[in-house]
Design a protein around this ligand. Structure first.
Ligand code: ATP
Length: 244
């Protein structure tokens, strides 16, 4: 199977298990999923249902047992729950390392670093070290680092869940503003129904128990920009909760 112009990643019949013999545990058993270009797709489901495993298979952190993943899987950005910055490197050098490992020509590095730090509001912090920054600022650096390689798709695994509520809220708003402006395709894993209702253009709800199967796909046509406290977002959140 190959992807079409308006599909960025297509997963077909994906299989993944952990363990061996009697301890073998199927997490993905023939999962199909298509990620359209420019969509913010949220994968939502309870803890342990297989969301992170899917992301790890797409970005090659886990080997798959069967099925296909088509699309430009060498051209991914990844933001984890933890920022995974190198504390002994400055903010700008953390981004530079990502650019180098993605073979971005060195003459583009300074401009890209400046541009993406400006986008996340950290242009003044380029020469700081990560430990001089707050948790929210560190996560913004991590988002800038992922965006700076200009990936075909940004994979995000609960990137705001380790932050306090106010910081997470501010960062979600900033993130949505940036992503819609860039028309960036995103696959975003969360177990937070409000976050999915606020961010997603499409919400894919996984069944409670592995192996992961899609319980429901909900299109979210609420126009951007959105207000997380609006009646529409809160109503959608209530609808989503009935499926998880
Ligand atoms: N490396 C591993 N070895 C063995 N089992 C694993 C491994 N990684 C995940 N699992 C198991 O696979 C299942 C799915 O895990 P996964 O992390 O994909 O779930 P999740 O939906 O992302 O959960 P959460 O929301 O808590 O992060 C869980 O039962 C988990 O314990």
């Amino acid at each position: 199977m190959s992807t079409t112009d308006d599909t960025v990643i297509a997963v077909r019949g994906l299989k993944k298990s952990y363990g061996v013999s009697a301890n073998r545990f199927e997490v993905l058993d023939g999962l199909d999923l298509t990620i359209p270009q420019g969509d913010i797709t949220c994968i939502l489901g309870r803890s342990g249902c297989g969301k992170s495993t899917l992301l790890k298979c797409i970005c090659g952190l886990e080997d798959v047992d069967g099925g296909e993943i088509d699309g430009d899987t060498d051209d991914l950005g990844y933001v984890f729950q933890e920022d995974r910055l190198l504390n002994w490197k400055t903010v700008e050098d953390n981004i530079r390392i990502a650019l180098e490992s993605n073979d971005i020509p060195s003459e583009e590095h300074d401009d890209r670093i400046q541009h993406y730090l400006e986008l996340v509001g950290l242009a003044e912090n380029a020469t700081d070290y990560p430990l001089q920054l707050s948790g929210g600022m560190r996560q913004r650096v991590s988002i800038a680092r992922a965006l700076a390689v200009e990936p075909s798709i940004l994979l995000m695994d609960e990137p705001f869940s380790a932050l306090d509520e106010i910081t997470a809220r501010e960062l979600r708003e900033k993130f949505l503003e940036i992503i819609t402006e860039l028309d960036q395709s995103v696959l975003f894993v969360t177990h937070n129904a409000t976050e999915a209702a606020f961010l997603a253009s499409r919400i894919v709800v996984f069944e409670h128990e592995p192996p992961a199967a899609i319980e429901r796909t909900i299109d979210n046509d609420l126009p951007y920009p959105r207000d997380i406290d609006s009646k529409e977002v809160q109503e959608l959140k209530r609808e989503i909760i009935t499926h998880i």
